[in-house]
Write a protein that binds this ligand. Structure first.
Ligand SMILES: [Zn+2]
Length: 224
């Protein structure tokens, strides 16, 4: 048998990544997948902070009992049958990663795989969601509220910010009045959107049944 040499020392294999190549794509996917792999790790270096560790322990303890997925045995605590329930399921004994101290609620991937990325910014996503809400309200006859009307980003005619937000000690009576008005407004928005969604669901149900039966169906839900 011929003799063989084997080197098991430190090896460095440095490769450059050129943007736009399949290799770059793969590298980004890999990085994203393992980004923040262990949630408990970042601050728990050699000189572990006792308060930090105690906090992680407490979080870990809470997470043991929270349902992590449709199949989680912790649903039994709430009288809900987990999907694919089997004999012997006991709350607090779910084997999924989410309950580990290392993962702290995050099982599996931390981010969407890159093929599912939309390429949109968070602002764009927010605008998309706002558009969905606006359309639903409009279909039901409500005009969508201008929720950003007091935002620091609203500009005046001269192009400067319209409002300047600074900390201020408000008069207690004024403060409670403003907060109460804010709560009332928010509740009104929620109930209007809820009505609009119910209406939209009814319209969609009707459209589906029309498609099925190919016969006209009277829509019982009508805008105010
Ligand atoms: Zn679970």
């Amino acid at each position: 048998m011929a003799p063989y040499d084997s080197n098991c020392g430190t090896q460095t294999d440095i490769k450059g990544i050129v943007a736009g190549t399949p290799d770059a794509d793969r590298a980004v996917r890999y990085l994203v997948k393992y980004l923040n792999k262990s949630i408990a790790e970042p601050f728990a270096d050699d000189d572990a902070d006792a308060a930090y560790e105690a906090h992680i322990d407490r979080l870990h303890c809470e997470l043991r009992w929270l349902p992590c997925s449709e199949q989680c045995s912790n649903w039994l605590r709430y009288g809900v049958q987990p999907a694919g329930a089997a004999e012997g399921m006991v709350p607090g004994s779910c084997p999924k990663k989410h309950h580990d101290r290392e993962h702290l609620g995050l099982g599996g991937r931390r981010c969407l795989v890159s093929r599912k990325w939309t390429g949109k910014t968070l602002k764009r996503h927010k605008a998309d969601r706002a558009q969905v809400v606006k359309e639903a309200l409009l279909n039901y006859g409500y005009v969508a509220p201008e929720i950003e009307r007091l935002s620091a980003e609203v500009l005046a005619d001269d192009g400067k910010p319209r409002y300047l937000w600074t900390p201020k000690q408000a008069n207690p009576a004024t403060y409670s009045r403003i907060i109460m008005r804010g709560i009332q407004e928010k509740r009104l928005w929620i109930s209007q959107y809820s009505e609009a969604k119910t209406f939209q669901a009814a319209v969609e149900r009707q459209a589906r049944s029309e498609l099925k039966t190919n016969a006209p169906v009277i829509n019982s839900a009508t805008p105010p």
